[in-house]
Write a protein that binds this ligand. Structure first.
Ligand SMILES: [Cu+2]
Length: 489
């Protein structure tokens, strides 16, 4: 059964201002008790996004085609929801590449509006970043061409057009981007995609009674993000995944617009985290729950070796402000198919010393002039302006960025800071070293209300203009974004 506590805590946490907005028009949105809610009730097999066909026959290069298109899907019996997808109705195929390969793609925009395609987490030349500076107008194509220069990691792709990101992602535009390398080949871990190496794109949605998505409905949604009351895994509600009685690797993506998820098993089963946003950790970390903010990823290993055939384990996803969902049932349905001896060490990891940084910058995330024209969400008191470069970074520099979530009683929200082009390391949270699972490579980091997080990164190569922004997509679209230019000195 789904356990629903729709908006509990959410409204309470908002205080007076939130309550005032919340009494406005939530519109005809399905909530508790509104039937029909459960389309599937754990009868649908978890769909696995297919691996996108590489159209290039050479080993050292790949070429992909993605068609951005409109579609529809029935999330509820008798209701049709208008959706967007890449090469399909909702979400997109998984792109898998190897470090060192030349990467070419053709992105065909079949929509009636502009889109872009951003490679989230990829280190790449600025002109192929796919941010708001690289629009793909309706009925046109975009042909990125660059070399993968990055270690194995679970990344993703999604649109990033100015002011349209949240809406287009909500309607279905997102997919996984997996990089493999010699280390991921060598490690004795599950790596059979779709069998024991399972991608889980976790998202939530709200629907109107008509069956259409209920995207931003009011100012409350804009300021706090759109929090759904239905949970999707790989685009479906309440799926079932059959696994072997052995180790299984889950590649978790919080692909929601603005939710922060606490993810755990109903039986408190422990798992081992092996990778963060940008690749493998130094060693597997035993955990029994993990928090992912919007845009973050984690790879975890779950060992079902001791589970009897037929055992069922539920994956629970808690919205930090909102509902708890039984998101996925995992059923051990066959004997072990691999004899993997999970490693105790994954890789050596060189932490960037704070002393290497020559430049320190501060970024204050806050709301300004609430409710007035030009007000809303900002970074350092400024809203995103495509005609303004906010920060100039010298090519080759190592920098410390201090990110401050200046929350107020009126506007108390977490943010999810994302930098394009680079993977960074978290130096500290409010002056304290981050927990072990946050000590690996990161491109997105949760900043709690009132918290200050310091990150460090090297801006190696590739001059040009990139974005930094809050990955709560309603915040990003409201202007909580800026541009940094990597310049040759
Ligand atoms: Cu934010």
């Amino acid at each position: 059964m789904k356990r629903r506590t729709f908006m509990t805590g959410g409204i309470a946490a908002l205080g007076l201002a939130g309550a005032a907005w919340a009494t406005g028009s939530f519109g005809p949105i399905f909530t508790d008790g509104a039937a029909p809610l459960s389309a599937n009730s754990f009868s649908t097999a978890l769909p696995i996004p297919p691996l996108l066909e590489d159209l290039d026959s050479a080993a050292d290069s790949v070429r992909f085609v993605l068609q951005v298109q409109q579609g529809s899907r029935s999330f509820f019996p008798g209701k049709t929801t208008r959706t967007l997808g890449y090469n399909g109705n909702f979400l997109g195929p998984t792109i898998r590449v190897r470090n060192g390969q030349r990467f070419r793609a053709e992105i065909k925009n079949g929509l009636s509006q502009t889109t872009t395609l951003h490679w989230h987490g990829l280190h790449l030349p600025a002109k192929w970043d796919g941010g708001p500076l690289q629009p793909i107008p309706a009925d046109s194509s975009w042909n990125p061409d660059f070399t993968i220069k990055q270690q194995a990691a679970t990344l993703w792709y999604h649109p990033h057009a100015m002011g349209l990101t949240g809406d287009q992602v909500y309607r279905g535009l997102a997919g996984l981007f997996i990089i493999e390398d010699e280390l991921s080949d060598r490690l004795d871990i599950p790596k059979d995609y779709g069998k024991d190496d399972i991608p889980l794109i976790i998202q939530d949605r709200r629907f109107l009674k008509s069956g259409q998505f209920a995207y931003v409905q009011n100012m409350h949604d804009q300021m706090n993000g759109v929090i759904g009351n239905h949970l999707l895994i790989n685009g479906v509600m309440q799926p079932v995944l059959g696994v072997h009685a052995g180790p299984v690797r889950l590649r978790l993506l919080n692909g929601s617009n603005s939710s922060i998820y606490k993810i755990a098993f109903a039986n408190q089963q422990s798992f081992r985290m092996i990778a963060s946003d940008g690749g493998f950790l130094e060693r597997p970390l035993a955990m029994n729950r993990i928090v992912l903010s919007a845009g973050e990823r984690a790879e975890v290993l779950v060992d079902f070796s001791a589970a009897p055939i037929g055992q069922q384990v539920s994956l629970l996803v808690d919205q930090v402000r909102g509902s708890r969902f039984e998101a996925l049932r995992i059923q051990v349905d066959r004997p072990a198919e691999t004899a993997i001896k999970l490693p105790t060490r994954l890789r050596s990891f060189d932490r960037i010393p704070a002393t290497e940084a020559t430049v320190k910058r501060s970024f204050v995330l806050e709301s300004i002039g609430m409710g007035i024209v030009g007000g809303g969400l900002s970074i350092n008191g400024k809203k995103m302006d495509l005609n303004r470069i906010d920060e100039r970074v010298k090519l080759g520099a190592t920098e410390i960025w201090e990110i401050i979530n200046r929350s107020t009683i009126m506007m108390r929200t977490s943010h999810s800071m994302h930098l394009h082009d680079v993977q960074f390391q978290i130096l500290d949270r409010d002056g304290k070293a981050p927990p072990a699972h946050e000590q690996g490579r990161k491109d997105t980091v949760l900043i709690a209300p009132g918290e200050t997080v310091r990150i460090i990164t090297r801006f190696h190569d590739d001059p040009g203009v990139y974005m930094y922004h809050c990955h709560l997509l309603e915040h990003e679209d409201d202007g909580m974004m800026g541009q940094f230019e990597v310049v040759e000195s």
